[in-house]
Ligand binder design. Structure first.
Ligand SMILES: [Zn+2]
Length: 279
């Protein structure tokens, strides 16, 4: 959990953001959460009534604080989407909880912030079509399941074939990578499909789940990207959005380096890239 504060400190100390760039948030409303999540699940989550199986699936012990931070993270993704539509580019320094399902939490993901943000922005008539680019090393199974059969939301996930979740859902496009995939293989795959994905999705907005767990040495990743490879990946995505004139909202997603500060430093890469895009 230390990576969140660490990332904020790095971005401030490098001058990538100043206090005026930062927006503080209320928790997402239960009403907006209800655009994706079921009423029974939300009731249990709110009142601490999850059973042992549900808690084990979530991967975290239920506390009021966990629920509140997940709601705040979700509001951050909603707001990053709104701000991206105004400014072209915005970020949530949390979120990307892509294993969250409508009726249960999974894999440390209590709620599904990106799905809630998509549905909220659609309901507000700010967007019609959305593209989810999910480059966290784990498949975005929650989003794939939630948006399966929905032509307005295109889900693209590039992930480790032999990594969690072991039963994959079907995204609009899945690219499954072998263990040990390095920069050249990874970037080749991404470059080969990115333009086509944007063409097919024809989005008003992109949510980019910029997880840093594909990096070599990640405790759960099993891939072998270098730091430079990670930066090149982010550059490809941000440039593709910019050249196509599509607003993009970055969310955090996974990253499990040896220490919180190392992880935070990896998460800072996409922000360093973002600061230079278009210059
Ligand atoms: Zn992950």
């Amino acid at each position: 959990m230390g990576k969140f504060a660490g990332l904020y400190d790095i971005l401030c100390s490098e001058g990538l953001i100043t206090k005026k760039d930062v927006v503080k948030l209320e928790p997402a409303s239960w009403q907006n959460l209800g655009l994706v999540h079921g009423a029974d699940f939300l009731f249990r989550l709110r009142h601490g009534l999850l059973d042992r199986t549900a808690e084990r699936r979530m991967g975290l012990p239920w506390t009021r604080a966990i629920v509140k931070r997940s709601r705040v993270a979700t509001q951050g993704t909603i707001l990053a989407g709104r701000l991206a539509l105004e400014d072209g580019l915005a970020a949530n320094l949390a979120g990307g909880m892509h294993h969250g399902y409508p009726d249960h939490s999974e894999g440390f993901c209590v709620l599904n912030d990106v799905a809630v943000a998509v549905r909220t922005l659609q309901r507000e008539n700010r967007v019609r079509r959305v593209l989810i680019v999910d480059l966290d090393v784990h498949q975005g199974n929650g989003n794939a399941a939630i948006f399966e059969g929905d032509d307005t939301v295109f889900t693209f996930s590039m992930h480790g074939a032999r990594n969690y979740p072991f039963r994959k859902e079907r995204s609009d496009l899945d690219v499954a990578l072998d263990d040990g995939t390095s920069d050249s293989g990874y970037l080749g795959e991404l470059e080969a499909c990115l333009d086509d994905v944007i063409d097919r999705a024809c989005p008003d907005l992109i949510f980019y789940l910029a997880g840093v767990d594909p990096v070599s040495g990640d405790r759960f990743g099993k891939l072998a990207l270098t730091r430079d490879g990670l930066g090149a990946r982010d550059q490809l995505v941000l440039e593709a959005a910019r050249t196509n004139g599509i607003p993009l909202a970055i969310v955090l997603s996974g990253g499990y380096a040896a220490s919180d500060m190392e992880t935070a430093d990896l998460h800072a890469i996409v922000h360093r890239v973002a600061a230079g895009v278009g210059e």
